[in-house]
Design a protein around this ligand. Structure first.
Ligand SMILES: [Zn+2]
Length: 296
């Protein structure tokens, strides 16, 4: 499943081609992906101008002049490819390689820019866990988007807001951070990284960073900042910073220098002066990586 930074880099890659463009034609080459396409899917998109390409959590949102809004999810293996007169491009860098086989090109948007340039934006998805749905009226009441928590990007999530979200929670801190109703779009990799940066144990009770007093206040400030920075660093690196790639000797390796703890079980903690080692524990069926020496 792509993480938020991957989705955001896809959005940024598609934005120059899609925003302001008019949809000339849409091909849906099968009746469904994870869900059936909405009724009159292609027909309702044809002729519409795309006024904005946004993102909410891991959903891409396409605002269309006169409505509706199109909600897209990449699922496990979805990707977009842009084909212009100048060539082709796949925006976003993913942890796992994306398919380039045209057998899995399921949706093709033929768009025309305000200057008259024609492009094709193709959605490819071998496993078909992705989807495209319409949101009518207010997008936040759509079942996919309703109830999502705050975005971990931008400046909304500060120490005070994070403390208010964690207040009184008895669940482990990591589980609370993964709760999409509290913070939207934060995934397993980035929660582990943010907790390491903030020096907080994933196992501690979530509510402990919201107790009265300066210590908890500093912890919630530090963690909010760590969450925002880990996400923005990953976006700046072009999506996932853990990506299959060919090493110079030809073997498949991982480009993981940007990760401090994720998938680093047994390695020395890289925090200066710590001396601890990265451990892996399983919480709610998912791996958590942390250093018990500097994360308390
Ligand atoms: Zn450490």
């Amino acid at each position: 499943m792509p993480e938020l930074p991957e989705v955001e880099t896809v959005r940024r890659g598609l934005q120059p081609v899609l925003e302001g463009a008019t949809i000339d034609r849409v091909e849906a080459r099968r009746p469904d992906l994870r869900f059936p396409f909405p009724e009159k899917f292609a027909q309702r998109l044809t002729g519409k101008t795309i006024t904005a390409l946004g993102r909410r959590a891991k959903y891409l949102t396409m605002d269309l002049e006169g409505g509706p809004m199109l909600i897209c999810h990449l699922g496990m293996s979805g990707s977009f490819r842009i084909e212009t007169a100048d060539g082709s491009d796949m925006p976003g860098i993913f942890r796992h390689d994306r398919s380039k086989s045209s057998n899995h090109d399921h949706v093709v948007f033929h768009v025309v820019s305000p200057a008259g340039a024609r492009s094709r934006v193709i959605f490819n998805d071998p496993r078909r866990f992705g989807f495209m749905l319409f949101a009518e009226g207010l997008p936040d009441v759509h079942p996919m988007l309703a109830g999502l928590g705050v975005e971990p990007t931008g400046n909304t999530l500060d120490g005070a807001l994070l403390a208010s979200l964690m207040k009184g929670r008895r669940s482990p801190l990591k589980a609370a951070l993964l709760d999409q109703r509290l913070i939207a779009g934060l995934g397993n990799i980035y929660v582990s990284e943010a907790l390491w940066r903030a020096g907080l144990s994933p196992l501690r009770e979530a509510g402990t960073i919201a107790r009265p007093g300066k210590k908890a206040q500093a912890q919630s400030e530090h963690l909010a900042q760590a969450i925002r920075s880990v996400i923005s660093d990953a976006i700046a690196a072009g999506g996932s910073s853990l990506r299959d790639y060919m090493q110079t000797d030809g073997s498949l390796g991982y480009f993981q220098h940007a990760f401090a703890v994720y998938d680093r079980e047994g390695e020395a903690c890289s925090k200066p002066g710590c001396g601890g080692h990265i451990e892996r524990v399983v919480q709610s069926g998912r791996s958590t990586f942390y250093c018990r020496t500097c994360q308390r």
